[in-house]
Design a protein around this ligand. Structure first.
Ligand SMILES: CC(C)(COP(=O)(O)OP(=O)(O)OC[C@H]1O[C@@H](n2cnc3c(N)ncnc32)[C@H](O)[C@@H]1OP(=O)(O)O)[C@@H](O)C(=O)NCCC(=O)NCCS
Length: 176
């Protein structure tokens, strides 16, 4: 049997646009996220919940309009939000889209005056390479109250909490 290398099908970086999501992207977002949810990698989303929160999503799309990735800003307070629903099409893994989406979610957070972001993830190394540090999830009781307490995996959760201060990041970038 011929083994194909999926990366051979990945588009070039400059052929992919990272932009705010539109209502028409909602079906593609749900399909992408729920594909990973069926493998237990992510939490599932309904079309309603995505459509309702579409202004909180950013997407990666090819110049031909194919959706390759998504990510969202989930607000917990005027200064705190989670990077959530982050997913990249398998064929485009490792091409930098995940990091570009995280940066766009951070831009959205900064525009809304949010200066601290966190995420719960099975891939902490990805977030660490994007400037996040391992954190104690107990520092985010709002998350525990809203999601963790009713999550079926709460007893044997293997997700790692990571966080990033956008204020500190801005200072570091300005000093560099
Ligand atoms: C995790 C995920 C979003 C990463 O997206 P991606 O586009 O493949 O990542 P990028 O190409 O932007 O990689 C950025 C960096 O993270 C690293 N990285 C990416 N995936 C990684 C992984 N699974 N484990 C360790 N490091 C990883 C890359 O090596 C790269 O490092 P560098 O900047 O030092 O070169 C993607 O693999 C994915 O969609 N996974 C399935 C869904 C999922 O797990 N979502 C939940 C995330 S909370």
């Amino acid at each position: 049997m011929i083994q194909h290398n999926v990366r051979a099908f990945a588009p070039r970086q400059d052929e992919v646009l990272i932009r705010p999501a539109r209502r028409a992207d909602a079906d593609g977002i749900v399909e992408l996220v729920n594909g990973y949810a069926s493998e237990g990698i992510m939490l599932p989303r309904t079309l309603d919940s995505v459509a309702h929160a579409i202004d909180d999503f950013v997407v990666a799309v090819t110049v031909r309009g194919k959706l390759l990735g998504c990510g969202a800003l989930k607000e917990y307070s005027p200064s705190l939000a989670e990077v959530s629903s982050l997913a990249i099409e398998r064929a485009a893994h490792g091409t930098g889209l995940g990091k570009r989406i995280v940066r766009k979610v951070e831009d959205l957070a900064a525009k809304r005056g949010i200066h601290e972001l966190f995420a719960l993830t099975l891939t902490p190394a990805f977030f660490e390479s994007a400037g996040y540090s391992i954190a104690d999830r107990a520092a985010y009781p709002e998350k525990i109250r809203r999601d963790c307490l009713r999550c079926p995996r709460r007893i044997r959760c293997d997700e790692v909490c990571v966080s990033r201060s956008l204020v500190a990041a801005e200072r570091l970038e300005a000093a560099a």
